[in-house]
Design a protein around this ligand. Structure first.
Ligand code: AMP
Length: 222
């Protein structure tokens, strides 16, 4: 890892299926660039935990592995990217998941006078995703994920739980909707020469090295 991050704004999109390791790599990018990690799934889970109206609406949708409406998600990202902590840049994870969301994000970035520097795509075969998701455990405090059999979060010591949407009945629908609605969104960014595709199998350290190289613009887009 380079000692110093580059100067100036860094706007990144982290792409990949559920279970591809986005959350883990987002933590690496956040620590390196010192910019917020904006994960729409975490934002929705916070609404559910707080029992807000949106949370009540979203809870059964997440539990079934389906997508929350474009209208709600676009409104949520619009508000979030306007917060002052986003001034130095941001890492978006989990958005856009549909073609209309990608179009809305283009408009919003233009309004904000920003552009993405890179879209980092963590690619993992479907069979491996299904295996990873159905066993993984998560820290209810920081959302870090751990392999099956782990007792507590390495950072917080909190006992780990299984996410409701990692239960077997929700795992396959999540992958299916991702393949149908979200994979096509990548073509949108490929057309702009922004996508760095990284093999999401291997050690966390090796993948992090490639992710940071891509974010620093050292990996050519495909
Ligand atoms: P994640 O933590 O990114 O896997 O997101 C968990 C769940 O939140 C997804 O399975 C969806 O139900 C919902 N969700 C998160 N982001 C979006 C989005 N951009 N569009 C629609 N639904 C979303």
């Amino acid at each position: 890892m380079a000692a110093q991050p580059p100067e100036g704004l860094v706007n990144l999109l982290l792409y990949g299926a559920p279970g591809s390791g986005k959350g883990t790599q987002a933590n690496v990018l956040r620590a390196y660039f010192r910019i917020p990690h904006i994960a729409t799934g975490d934002m929705l889970r916070a609404e559910i935990a707080a029992g807000t109206e949106l949370g009540l609406q979203a809870q059964p949708i997440l539990a079934a592995g389906k997508y929350v409406s474009d209208e709600i998600m676009i409104g949520m990202i619009r508000n979030r990217l306007r917060q002052p902590d986003c001034d130095p840049g941001f890492i978006i994870d989990g958005f856009p998941r549909t073609v209309p969301q990608a179009a809305a994000l283009d408009d919003l970035m233009r309004e904000l006078g920003r552009a993405f520097d890179r879209v980092i795509y963590l690619k993992v075969p479907v069979e491996e995703l299904l295996q990873r998701l159905s066993g993984r455990l998560v820290c209810p405090r920081c959302q870090r994920t751990y392999p099956p059999g782990t007792a507590a979060c390495a950072i917080h010591g909190t006992p780990l739980v299984q996410r409701e949407d990692d239960k077997p009945e929700a795992v396959r629908p999540r992958i299916e909707i991702y393949l149908e609605k979200t994979v096509p969104v990548l073509d949108h960014y490929r057309g702009e020469g922004l996508v760095s595709e990284i093999d999401g199998r291997g050690t966390i350290e090796e993948i992090s090295r490639q992710v940071l190289a891509a974010a620093n613009g050292k990996v050519k887009a495909q």
